[in-house]
Design a binder for this molecule. Structure first.
Ligand code: FES
Length: 111
C-alpha cells in the first residue's frame, strides 16, 4: 500500500468538493474546515455523481434524490426520496487522506 498525490491544497479551498480518480475509480475529495476527506463519488442509491451535489458542513447531498452522506465517515445520514418512497442508502466507502506540504494524497490499494 502506498499513497498517491491526487491534488494540491490550492485547488480545494474550505467548503469545496472535487472529483479525482484513484485506481480507475471516481473519488469525491472534500475540504471541511481545512481538513480533507475522501469517499466514493458514486451515490450508493442509484449512482448519482456526488460532486454535482451540495455540501452542507460535513454532509454532501446527492443531486438525484437527496441522500445525505457524512464525508468524514462515509455514513449515510439522510434518505433518498423517490416519489413518496424514502430509502436509506448504504454507506459510502472512505479513503485514507494524507497531506504533506501542499500535496493531498490518497492511500492506494496497489504499491
Ligand atoms: S442516486 Fe443518489 S439519492 Fe438517488
Amino acid at each position: 500500500m502506498g499513497f498517491k498525490k491526487i491534488a494540491d491544497t490550492s485547488e480545494l479551498p474550505a467548503g469545496k468538493m472535487k472529483k479525482v480518480t484513484l485506481d480507475g475509480k471516481d473519488v469525491l475529495l472534500v475540504n471541511v474546515d481545512d481538513a480533507f476527506y475522501a469517499i466514493d463519488n458514486k451515490c450508493t442509491h442509484l449512482g448519482g455523481s456526488l460532486v454535482e451535489g451540495t455540501l452542507e458542513g460535513n454532509e454532501v447531498i446527492c443531486p438525484r434524490h437527496g441522500s445525505r452522506f457524512d464525508v468524514k465517515t462515509g455514513k449515510a445520514v439522510g434518505k433518498a426520496k423517490v416519489a413518496f418512497i424514502k430509502v436509506m442508502p448504504k454507506d459510502e466507502k472512505t479513503y485514507v487522506v494524507k497531506v504533506e506540504g501542499t500535496d493531498i494524497m490518497l492511500q492506494t490499494d496497489g504499491d
